[in-house]
Design a protein around this ligand. Structure first.
Ligand code: HEC
Length: 214
């Protein structure tokens, strides 16, 4: 494109430029389109250098010194905090006797869907110590009616949730969350009385256990 229009446009720009800094031409002319060599606007440069300085600070804070948490760490901290909060609520409820009840747990052990979910949790987390069918390995046989920690559904729920840390039984509530602990408790309750051959019975028989822990 060339002609009077183009020239007019260029001179209009030159005039506008005259108010501040004068337009400088590079001397490049492409079919009548001429190139100016104007300085970048101050606001643009300020923003640009600002981002560079910010990036250096950001890099130092989050990467070199690693003072700041990464997005992943922040996320994990939030998740942990949320789980802890949920856990505390649950524990507070249980302390008031309003947590999951004996009846609810027994009902859950007859709920096929809950038992199936529990079986999956068991397969993933428990079989190494309790055997693939609960017959016991390092951990006790869960298919007999002898108990180390009580015969009630709530006893099983407590042991699974809180663990027996000095005996090598992990505390699962913090790992799995309350819902999965309920499901796996349902599965464990359902195993009882199957009397699969495995680890010899440990603890006390059911009636004794029930008597010991009314
Ligand atoms: C690292 C090994 C290990 C793993 C994994 C493990 N347990 Fe245990 N568990 C044990 C040991 C050991 C005991 C016995 C604790 C004791 O002697 O007081 C036990 C005890 C128990 C009891 C109490 C039994 C009783 O007689 O009172 C239950 C119920 C139980 N575990 C369920 C589970 C469930 C459900 C899981 C999976 C979510 C699980 N355990 C995973 C080792 C383990």
């Amino acid at each position: 494109m060339s002609g009077p229009e183009n020239t007019e446009h260029a001179s209009a720009k030159a005039q506008a430029g005259a108010g501040g800094t004068a337009d400088v031409e590079t001397g490049h002319d492409y079919d009548g389109i001429r190139e100016f060599d104007n300085p970048l606007p101050r606001w643009w440069l300020t923003t640009f250098y600002g981002t560079v300085i910010f990036a250096i600070g950001y890099w130092f804070y989050y990467h070199t010194a690693a003072t700041g948490d990464s997005q992943m760490t922040t996320y994990q901290k939030e998740i942990t905090a949320a789980q802890k909060e949920e856990d505390q609520k649950l524990q507070a409820l249980e302390a008031q006797g309003k947590g999951v009840s004996e009846e609810q747990l027994l009902a859950l052990s007859k709920d096929a869907a809950a038992v199936a979910r529990g079986a999956a949790v068991f397969k993933q987390n428990c079989l190494a110590c309790h055997g693939d069918r609960g017959q016991g390995v390092v951990g006790p046989n869960l298919t007999d009616r002898y108990f180390l920690h009580g015969a009630k559904a709530k006893d099983a729920y407590q042991v699974i949730g809180n663990g027996v840390l000095d005996k090598g039984m992990p505390a699962w509530r913090a790992i799995l969350g309350a819902a999965k602990v309920q499901d796996v408790t349902a599965f464990v309750l359902e195993l009882r009385g199957k009397n699969l051959p495995g680890k010899p019975a440990e603890g006390v028989a059911e009636d004794e256990a029930a008597r010991a822990k009314p």
